[in-house]
Design a binder for this molecule. Structure first.
Ligand code: FAD
Length: 354
């Protein structure tokens, strides 16, 4: 608790924390991840304006402290508490890619997903399977908008999941729709970047309704998120003069690759995009979504396959079911070389984030 009271704007222990505390200590100093979690404010006073949380009416904030102490992943609450709760022990320095029980490289068996998935289509396959089996009744995910924008969505059909497949390398504040999902659904799965999964774990630990209703957290490996203005507008539209509607897919494989609907792929060295990294990502030390039930990424697998780290019984159930029900191919071992790269990227992010 003492660390909390070192926050800016607080005079002593009796001071209550409010949205203003969040604003002064996280948002205004560029640490906000834009995850959208604080929109779960019980009084419904916080909304995302673009990538930034704002309060609708500050005079109505009751200083309940929830957005600061119980949700935000950038407030120094002890992560060890989350680790004990969800993984039965605190992480050690050896846990470079978090705690996991099993690891695989996997791909989808479903042709529709193969066509739209980012890597192995594993995320979409698992979620489609769980929806079909009735194990979940909705998914919080991200949809691609025209012009490569993103939108957080609540999905409750397999057809809609197909529309969400693939990666957008710009921010999608997925958790801004979580409050609405909690009000309308009972068995929720969430897809998100590592910071979004940290928020999910805080919500599950601290707020009963969230703990009860969120059944699965699928984490995506993530080095960083780029700003829409920097990556999409400045680099791709203005500098490369590409029509956004002519782009089929983007991916990162050692470099940033753009796949046009027609013609050759265009490669951008990652160092050329450094200036477009979202500011809040510079504080992040989590590459492999260490707090997820199951983490999925391209690194460590061949093209068209995903690396999967199974971390909890919920994660294991999800993967096993998707294999048993024929959504995924039989999983294979990640190669030694694949693991080396995975751990190297994770270490790099930990060093950079400090
Ligand atoms: C910003 C970002 C950076 C990433 N960086 C890396 C990396 O450096 N190395 C690596 O190995 N993998 C990275 N990934 C993960 C990788 O791109 C794939 O998402 C992952 O391999 C799963 O592939 P899939 O084919 O199983 O997923 P799919 O079946 O295609 O499903 C992808 C899911 O991701 C969700 N999604 C898409 N864009 C976003 C977004 N911006 N924010 C939140 N959710 C989103 C969709 O809603 C969909 O449910 C990154 C992902 C994101 C979103």
């Amino acid at each position: 608790m003492n660390r909390i009271y070192k926050l800016k704007g607080l005079k002593d222990m009796s001071d209550k924390l409010s949205f203003l505390t969040l604003k002064e200590n996280v948002i205004d100093v560029g640490k906000c991840t834009g995850c959208g979690g604080c929109v779960c404010c019980p009084l419904n006073l916080i909304e995302m304006i673009g990538d930034t949380p704002e309060i609708v009416d500050e005079s109505k904030c009751t200083k309940c402290e929830i957005c600061v102490l119980k949700i935000c992943p950038r407030i120094p609450e002890s992560l060890a508490d989350l680790e004990e709760k969800f993984f039965e022990r605190a992480f050690t320095e050896e846990d470079i890619i978090g705690i996991y029980n099993k690891s695989f490289t996997v791909t989808t068996k479903n042709d529709k997903i193969k066509a739209v998935g980012q890597d192995g289509g594993v995320v979409t396959s698992i979620l489609a399977c769980l929806l079909e089996e009735g194990e979940i009744d909705c998914v919080i995910a991200s949809k691609r908008l025209p012009g490569w924008g993103t939108e957080a969505v609540i999905v409750n059909s397999i057809e809609e999941l197909y529309i969400c497949a693939g990666t957008r390398y710009t921010l999608s504040s997925n958790l801004k729709v979580l409050r609405e999902a909690i009000q309308n659904y009972e068995k929720i799965a969430v897809v998100g970047t590592p910071c979004q999964i940290q928020t999910i774990r805080r919500l599950q630990k601290n707020l009963k309704r969230y703990g009860k209703k969120i059944k699965l957290a699928i984490g995506l490996f993530c080095t960083e998120v780029f700003t829409y203005d920097g990556l999409i507008k400045e680099k791709i539209q203005d500098e490369l003069k590409l029509d956004l509607e002519d782009i089929e897919k983007m991916n990162i494989k050692g470099k940033f690759i753009i796949y046009p609907k027609k013609g050759d792929q265009i490669e951008i060295p990652l160092k050329d995009l450094k200036g477009h990294i979202k500011e809040g990502c510079h504080y992040c030390t989590d590459f492999s979504a260490e707090y997820a039930d199951i983490s999925v990424g391209g690194v460590g697998s061949k093209l068209g396959w995903s690396s999967v780290l199974v971390r909890t019984p919920a994660g294991e159930n999800a993967l096993t079911k998707a294999i048993e029900k024929g959504w995924l191919e039989a999983p294979k071992e990640i190669s030694e070389k694949g693991f080396v790269i995975l751990k190297k990227l994770s270490e790099k992010k930990k060093t950079r984030g400090k």
